[in-house]
Design a protein around this ligand. Structure first.
Ligand SMILES: Cc1ncc(COP(=O)(O)O)c(C=O)c1O
Length: 392
């Protein structure tokens, strides 16, 4: 007999997965080029050349024990290289001991939450957000506290302040954001730091950063370590190097963190006892050798521009995303998200309702789909706007 908790989660399923399956069904009926499936954010660029070079070099020059058990935090040389990179970006002095190599960002977040939460402790998440956060928090018996962001998807500091209680252990931030694509400014990070440090107990910021290298318009993401003291970074190469199937990432505790000693130790222990033991050995070596490489970000930016034009040229509204792989467009006035979703589906246009990110009134479209799909969908956007009499 499986647990009641899991039974409930199985029953609720994933709306995004269901859309993905619907997309495949429609493609079989109408053909690949007639279905515009923007429902799933699967990074579709190939990894940069540095990754294959590093793999080849490792295969050709094996060292004894390179497939063996290691420290639960990962290889010292990989962690030192990451610490050095983050130190250069933030101006802080960072030791390799701040870093724990993990099985992607998902595992990184589970390690951190496992380290922080006693039963019933609260974690604030800023909506719209990546819905797996709910599972990650509940995995460790935490309580999810949802706080809405403002109409530009930026933190609402009054609302965060009101949500804080003596049980608040952490706030999760995700910039560049899935699903809105917004990037927080250094001023916003500073304000968040001030708000949290004014509380009478330590509240950790968990900075989920899988999209940190996917930024457009010449922007750079302000280094969170420079502006927030009690922060733990959760990073992965799923998007930066297009390696989501390889499951490689890390946690990094700020040297300014009030709980630095306890947290660094707790995260390594959690990494071990939650079952990953250590991150994949070969991939630790590969990312160390590819630390300054990234996927062709200009390619994503080009597709963002095309899809954004399709949306706004047809007369719909959206905040132009500065990063990540998504556009979070506004559902036209007078329609619920599911009503709008049904109208879009008539034109073989698939998008995900905002409820899947705990923010209704919006739909998420992933632009990591083929350029042709985006180009061919332009007419569908125009026809939907015509049907709804959207004014340009
Ligand atoms: C916001 C966000 N956080 C975390 C993850 C999980 O990333 P990973 O593949 O590194 O576990 C994703 C994956 O899409 C994501 O969108």
């Amino acid at each position: 007999m499986i647990s009641a908790k899991i039974k409930e989660k199985l029953a609720s399923g994933s709306a995004i997965r269901k859309m993905f399956e619907e997309g495949n069904r429609l493609k079989k009926i109408y053909g690949e080029d007639k279905v515009f499936d923007f429902s799933i954010g699967n990074p579709d660029l190939e990894p940069p050349k540095e990754v294959a070079d590093a793999l080849r070099e490792l295969a050709d020059n094996p060292t004894p024990g390179m497939h063996g058990y290691m420290s639960n935090s990962g290889y010292e040389s990989t962690r030192a290289a990451i610490a050095e990179q983050r130190a250069a970006q933030s101006g802080l002095t960072i030791d390799a001991g701040a870093v724990c190599m993990t099985v992607g960002a998902a595992c990184a977040m589970n390690d951190v939450l496992h380290s922080l939460l006693d039963d019933g402790d609260e974690v604030i998440v800023l909506a719209p957000f990546f819905m797996e956060y709910i599972n990650y928090i509940e995995n460790h018996n935490g309580k999810v506290i949802i706080v809405q962001t403002d109409d530009k998807f930026m933190p609402d500091f009054d609302a965060i302040s009101k949500a804080i209680t003596p049980r608040t252990k952490a706030v999760i931030i995700n910039s560049p954001n899935n699903p809105s694509g917004v990037v927080y400014s250094s001023e916003q990070l500073t304000k968040l730091n001030e708000l949290l440090k004014a509380q009478d107990h330590v509240i950790q910021v968990i900075s989920d950063e899988p999209y940190i290298d996917l930024v457009y318009d010449g922007l750079t993401v302000p280094p969170v370590l420079k502006y927030i003291d009690n922060v733990v970074i959760c990073f992965s190469w799923s998007k930066s190097l297009s390696l989501p199937g390889e499951r490689i990432g890390y946690t990094l505790v700020s040297p300014n963190n009030a709980d630095y000693e306890d947290l660094t130790g707790a995260i390594v222990l959690s990494n071990r006892i939650l079952g990953s033991v250590n991150a994949p050995a070969i991939w630790q070596k590969v990312v160390e050798k590819s630390l300054n490489a990234k996927v062709d970000v200009a390619n994503y930016e080009h597709r963002r521009n095309l899809l954004y034009s399709n949306i706004v040229d047809a007369g719909f509204e959206a905040v132009k995303p500065n990063g990540a792989l998504y556009i979070f467009m506004k559902t036209p006035d007078g329609l619920s998200d599911t009503e709008f979703q049904d109208i879009c589906a008539k034109y073989n246009l698939l998008l995900v309702p905002g409820a899947s990110f705990k923010r209704t009134g919006y739909m998420r479209l992933a632009f990591c789909v083929s350029e042709n799909t985006i180009k061919n969908s332009r007419e569908a956007f125009a026809k939907i706007a015509e049907e709804l009499r959207i004014k340009k």
